[in-house]
Design a protein around this ligand. Structure first.
Ligand code: AMP
Length: 282
C-alpha cells in the first residue's frame, strides 16, 4: 500500500497527480470496522480501476441523535491492514473536525427516494450520506465508486445524486456478502449478544420465504409481508421496524408483486438495528 492519508488537501493533491498520470481512480467509501463485505467491494474496485482509495470515516451527520455514532466500532490500524491486504493503494481517513470544521453549513439533499424505507425510520440519515459521499468524491476525484447492495436504498440515492449533480463517476454495485448462515455481514453485527446473533438470520430467512411465495405465484404484497412478520415473530425476539415490497427503481410500495421488486426490511434486536434486502424480477 502507498499511504494512509488523513489530510484533505494532501488527498486532493495525490488524487490530482494520479489523474494527471492517466490513472483511473476507484473509491470505496466505508465507515471502517472492515469485514468480508467491504473486502469484496475492494476486490471489485481493483477490477474497475488501476488505483484504489478506501475511505474510512464514521460520518456523524448520517447518525440520528439517539443512534450509535459514539459506540460505532473504530480500529484504524486493523482496517488499514485489511484494506492493504485486499489491494487498497491509499486509505483516506480524515478527522471529523477537518470534514466538518466550525462554520460548516453545506448539505446535499436528494428528494423523493430518501423519503421512504430507511429515510422514514432515520430522518436526516440520507442527507448525511449524500453530503459525505459528495465530499469524498470531490476529495478523492474517482472515475468509479463502488457501493454494496446491502444498502440498497443508499445505492438508489447515490445514483440519483450522481445523475442530478453531474458527477462524472461510474457507479458499481456489489452483491450482498453473507455469513454462512445467511446473515448479511455488517459492522453492527458485533453488537449482537450470542442469543441475538443466533436469531439474526431470520431477516434472510424471511426474505427467502418471500421469494419462495412470490415465485410460487403469490401476488399480494400484504400477504407476503404478513408471512414474513410471522416467521420473524415465531423464530426470534426481533422487533420489526419495517418490511417493504417496493418498485426497485422508485422505491414506492406496491400492492401487487409485479415487475422488478425490492424486498427490504429492518429489524431491531435490543438496541441493534439490522437491515437486509433482495431484488427479484417477476
Ligand atoms: P459501511 O461501512 O457500513 O458504511 O459500508 C460501506 C460500504 O460497504 C457500503 O457501500 C455498504 O453497502 C457496503 N457493505 C457493507 N456490508 C456489506 C455486505 N455484507 N455486502 C456487500 N456490501 C456491504
Amino acid at each position: 500500500m502507498e499511504a494512509v492519508i488523513k489530510d484533505i488537501a494532501e488527498m486532493q493533491r495525490t488524487a490530482e497527480r494520479l489523474r494527471n498520470q492517466g490513472r483511473r481512480i476507484g473509491v470505496v467509501p466505508t465507515m471502517g470496522c472492515l469485514h468480508q463485505g467491504h473486502l469484496k467491494l475492494l476486490e471489485v474496485a481493483r477490477k474497475h480501476a488501476d488505483v484504489v482509495i478506501t475511505s474510512i470515516f464514521v460520518n456523524p451527520t448520517q447518525f440520528g441523535p439517539t443512534e450509535d455514532f459514539t459506540r460505532y466500532p473504530r480500529d484504524l490500524g486493523r482496517d488499514t491492514q485489511l484494506a492493504s491486504a485486499a489491494g487498497t493503494d491509499y486509505v483516506f481517513a480524515p478527522e471529523t473536525e477537518s470534514m466538518y470544521p466550525p462554520g460548516y453549513h453545506t448539505y446535499i439533499e436528494v428528494e423523493r427516494l430518501t423519503e421512504m424505507l430507511e429515510g422514514k425510520s432515520r430522518p436526516g440519515h440520507f442527507r448525511g450520506v449524500t453530503t459525505v459521499v459528495g465530499k469524498i468524491f470531490s476529495i478523492t476525484k474517482p472515475a468509479v465508486a463502488v457501493f454494496g447492495q446491502k444498502d440498497a436504498q443508499q445505492v438508489a440515492v447515490v445514483r440519483q445524486m450522481i445523475r442530478d449533480m453531474n458527477f462524472d463517476i461510474e457507479l458499481v454495485v456489489c452483491p450482498i456478502v453473507r455469513e454462512p448462515d445467511g446473515l448479511a455481514m455488517s459492522s453492527r453485527n458485533v453488537y449482537l449478544s450470542k442469543e441475538q446473533r443466533s436469531q439474526a438470520p431470520v431477516l434472510y430467512m424471511s426474505i427467502a420465504r418471500a421469494e419462495d411465495l412470490i415465485r410460487s405465484g403469490e401476488r399480494s404484497c400484504e400477504k407476503v409481508i404478513d408471512r414474513m412478520k410471522t416467521l420473524i415473530a415465531t423464530n426470534s425476539s426481533g422487533v420489526v421496524d419495517y418490511i417493504s415490497i417496493a418498485d426497485s427503481t422508485t422505491l414506492e410500495e406496491l400492492n401487487e408483486c409485479r415487475g422488478s421488486l425490492l424486498i427490504s426490511l429492518a429489524v431491531r434486536f435490543g438496541t441493534t438495528r439490522l437491515i437486509d434486502n433482495a431484488t427479484i424480477t417477476i
